[in-house]
Design a protein around this ligand. Structure first.
Ligand code: HEC
Ligand code: HEC
Length: 385
């Protein structure tokens, strides 16, 4: 097997990073993406034009939202970074698509300013829909389409209340008493990207500490939430770094140890909505929101009551990047059902974690979740290539 031959490995890592980038647990990637692409170590307090070399249209955007915005563009057009960028020289304007993209960013801003009161209604995806070339002519469907009903039923007709859905979830998992009896969990298994497995360990402790450690060939890749703040560790001897506000929020959600009991407290509004089938199961959706933040969508199995999927969004200057987590293989461990498999999916790819062993109520030191002290890095200097 030449899988570990250097160049193949490097390109594979790049693909993995592209698909992992931005947001939350098992998302390991933002930092790595930035580092592997040799972008500057991003200081979130700085505007983009100070942290990067050649920002012309995204001036004033927070520096740590540039990579997520790039991710958004790539998702919207269904392309990789190299479509617009010269390798290891992101500031260069050599490629035509980059020049066009800059005009397109200005166009998007103008459309929204002139027609939608500055609300970001139109994005790259509105026109591009995952393709470099938007389609301007209506498509003829393969089959005859049924005309839409003139009087749509109210959205929530026949659906249970949000309260009922959450209560059913609590019961499905094992009930309040059983859930509260478990206060720590140590899981071991494998994470699979592109058909390759790496060992993974997930340590979690009530109320909200969590760390996942992926053992990669060149070192550990870590996503952690210490109870208040999130941090990321990447292989290759690079220093750990704190998560930004959006990453922290997503990691905090993943870290909620007694999630079924926490949902009502975590969000100020829960609305019930219909849903398409999720992994073959009839589902009901809860749209969970907090003021001024993108929603989190939670999909529950209509029959079993268990959580099948969560979808959340990270805000970027150009649009929102979605992350979907699908939970499956629920098994009862000491009276509490937990998913032993979950798949994290983004527009450009997905990876799956399969847990093989679970230990609960084992003592786990708080220090396990804390970011190791790292040597200070020189301010504003580019990360090493
Ligand atoms: C469709 C074209 C396009 C794609 C795809 C794209 N970018 Fe960009 N990128 C741009 C444009 C345009 C700018 C300049 C924005 C400006 O002038 O404000 C830019 C700027 C950047 C910068 C700032 C460079 C500097 O120092 O000025 C970085 C870093 C970057 N992109 C990284 C990425 C990464 C990583 C990816 C893949 C996830 C990516 N880009 C995908 C068009 C693209
Ligand atoms: C209002 C619709 C619309 C929006 C919004 C839009 N585009 Fe486009 N874009 C187009 C059309 C149409 C073309 C093709 C033009 C042509 O064929 O000459 C295009 C072409 C492009 C190309 C050139 C593709 C190639 O194959 O060379 C790039 C790059 C691009 N858009 C990037 C973006 C980015 C990035 C955004 C979001 C910031 C965006 N576009 C938003 C309509 C749009």
């Amino acid at each position: 097997m030449n899988f570990f031959s250097r160049s193949r490995w490097t390109s594979r890592i790049r693909n993995i990073l592209i698909l992992l980038a931005t947001g939350g647990l098992f998302s390991m990637g933002t930092l790595l993406l930035a580092q592997t692409h040799a972008t500057p170590s991003v200081d979130s307090n700085k505007p983009a034009e100070q942290a990067f070399k050649n920002i012309q249209v995204l001036k004033g955007a927070p520096a740590d939202e540039i990579i997520p915005a790039m991710q958004f563009i790539s998702n919207a057009l269904g392309v990789e970074c190299q479509f617009c960028h010269v390798q290891n020289a992101f500031e260069k304007d050599d490629k035509k698509p980059k020049q066009i993209a800059r005009k397109m960013i200005e166009m998007q801003m103008a459309i929204n300013r002139d027609n939608f009161k500055g609300e970001r209604e139109v994005t790259c995806f509105s026109c591009h829909r995952g393709s470099e070339n938007p389609v301007a002519i209506p498509i003829i469907a393969d089959e005859e389409t049924k005309p839409a009903a003139n009087q749509p039923e109210p959205l929530t007709a026949g659906l249970p209340s949000a309260d009922d859905v959450i209560n059913k979830y609590v019961e499905a998992v094992g009930g309040v008493a059983a859930i509260e009896k478990i206060s720590s969990r140590l899981e071991k298994g494998a994470i699979n990207f592109n058909g390759h497995d790496f060992p993974v360990e997930v340590l979690a402790k009530a109320p909200n500490k969590r760390i996942s450690i992926v053992h990669m060939p060149n070192g550990d890749n870590i996503t952690a939430f210490d109870g208040t703040a999130g941090w990321l560790g990447s292989p290759g001897g690079r220093p750990s770094r704190p998560m930004n506000a959006q990453e922290t929020e997503a990691a905090g959600f993943d870290a909620a140890f007694h999630l079924p009991l926490e949902i009502k407290k975590m969000f100020s509004q829960l609305r019930v909505r219909p849903a398409d089938k999720v992994a073959g199961h009839d589902a009901v959706q809860i749209v969970a929101t907090n003021e001024g933040k993108p929603p989190v969508r939670l999909f529950f199995d209509k029959d079993s009551g268990l959580l099948l999927r969560s979808t959340r969004y990270t805000e970027t200057p150009l649009g929102r990047n979605p992350t979907e987590v699908n939970y499956s293989d629920y098994q009862a461990e000491q009276g509490v059902k937990i998913p032993l498999q979950w798949t994290v999916a983004r527009p450009l790819g997905r990876f799956t974690i399969q847990i093989k062993s679970v230990e609960q109520n084992v003592p786990i030191e708080d220090s396990k979740f804390q970011k190791p002290a790292s040597p200070p890095t020189p301010e504003g200097k580019p990360a090493t290539k």
